[in-house]
Design a protein around this ligand. Structure first.
Ligand code: E4P
Length: 221
């Protein structure tokens, strides 16, 4: 399963890369706005740091604007994937961007029906927002299950990129279902490492050894 980092924060990406857990990055206008930096240079800087796919979102909502911004985003670096909102204009652009050799990540997906359309349009990734579905009393993971089954039925190549991840259980559930990717906020990535028994166990191992008064590289005899 691939882990993308869901952030536009350069320091978070540096740390995630150091940990060896970042296969790609997703950004969106809200995440870039939070950094207070210019739009395209931020996407470009991230794409230069990360070897895998980096999603940069168009701000246009009409076909011509999506195409124009999509080409500009894709021109920043080879690994930039153009994030396009799910709408008739968006999916038309996804099809035409694909014909131009440009990969798209269809965003703001909240149903299996929408995901089916995105796959038919030729999206490289579909981003169903599980956390936002849960927030309104739905089950984000049920939608992931449906999309994974539908894509398998028809051998679609579109990868299921679980987005709006809020906690480690989302990541575990997404991996059990067999989603290709989870895009994870840095705070959730940190949480994935932690378990109280790991902390207690490590403390005990170290204190037991410390009680012997011996060192790590003490010679035998
Ligand atoms: C990523 O592709 C999405 O834009 C992001 O996961 C949305 O997350 P949020 O619902 O926490 O804003």
């Amino acid at each position: 399963m691939k882990f993308f980092l869901d952030t536009a924060d350069i320091e978070e990406i540096e740390r995630g890369l150091e940990w060896g857990m970042v296969d790609g990055v997703t950004t969106n206008p809200s995440l870039i706005a939070k950094q207070g930096k210019p739009y395209l240079p931020t996407v470009q800087a991230i794409a230069e740091m990360v070897p895998g796919p980096v999603s940069g979102e168009v701000l246009a909502t009409e076909y011509d604007g999506i195409m124009e911004q999509g080409h500009r985003l894709a021109g920043l670096a080879e690994n930039v994937v153009v994030k396009v909102p799910l709408s008739p204009a968006g999916l038309r652009a996804v099809r035409d961007l694909a014909a131009d050799g440009i990969r798209s990540n269809v965003t703001l997906c909240f149903s299996a029906a929408q995901a089916l359309l995105a796959a038919k349009a030729g999206a490289a990734f579909i981003s169903p927002f599980v956390g936002r579905v849960d927030d309104v009393g739905g089950s984000g993971m049920e939608i992931i299950e449906q999309i994974v089954a539908i894509y398998a039925n028809y051998h679609f190549e579109t990868e299921v990129l679980v987005a709006s991840v809020r906690h480690p259980l989302h990541v575990v559930q997404a991996s059990l279902i067999g989603a290709h990717v989870a895009t994870i906020p840095f705070s959730t990535l940190e949480k994935l490492y932690h378990h109280p028994l790991t902390d207690v166990g490590l403390e005990r191992f170290l204190s037991d050894w410390q009680k012997t008064g011996k060192t790590f590289d003490e010679k035998a005899g």
